[in-house]
Design a protein around this ligand. Structure first.
Ligand code: Y12
Ligand code: CO
Length: 171
């Protein structure tokens, strides 16, 4: 089932999501719906709160060298915790909840992630490049933060002006 994606400035996006405790069929069906929703929206990452469910769950499907997104590369990440972040990198980010806007954001370059999979099993991964950046972007959603909050004062002002204009034109 395709779920509606909440977009900025909807206040629900500011919610701090709560830990997942039940790794049951309901969660599995929800993760499947998140995947379908992300793929039809041309996304590479989606956090549960973006589809109005305030749980600490996110999915990522990073394209391969050919730009293909394969379900084999799907990561379902529950209750994540970042360890040992290192380095800094600038990357132009976009977000399905802030359509049409892309901006450079600074993130850690590499990190270790501890999380649980859909069965509640403890997992660890080492992340670099786009995966590391997307993990940080999605974990920010779990804290109720959007990438636009990391922009400088002037860039944020410019964003608000452009975004408001785009919203008016859409009506
Ligand atoms: C780097 C890049 C992305 C992330 C987080 C995940 N973000 C996304 O998956 C954003 C996808 C996105 C897709 C859009 O749709 C199309 O391009 C067709 C889109 O739509 C418009 O801009 C109109 C916006 C965002 C973290 C780090
Ligand atoms: Co996002």
């Amino acid at each position: 089932m395709i779920l509606p994606i909440i977009t900025y400035p909807n206040k629900q996006l500011k919610t701090r999501s709560h830990p997942v405790v039940n790794f049951d069929d309901l969660l599995h069906r929800f993760l499947d719906d998140m995947y379908e929703t992300m793929m039809v929206s041309n996304g590479i990452g989606l956090a549960a709160i973006q589809v109005a469910n305030p749980i600490r769950a996110l999915i990522l499907c990073i394209p391969d060298e050919e730009g293909e997104q394969s379900r084999d590369n799907l990561l379902e990440i529950i209750n994540p915790v970042i360890h040992a972040p290192q380095g800094n990198v600038l990357y132009q980010e976009g977000c399905l909840s802030v359509p049409g806007f892309y901006e450079d954001v600074e993130r850690y370059e590499t990190l270790t992630l501890h999380y649980q999979n859909r069965h509640g099993e403890a997992c660890t991964l080492q992340a670099s490049e786009l995966l590391a950046i997307a993990i940080q972007h999605e974990i920010d959603h779990l804290e109720g933060k959007l990438f636009i909050e990391k922009l400088s004062y002037h860039r944020r002002k410019k964003f608000e002006k452009e975004y408001k204009k785009a919203l008016k034109e859409k009506k």
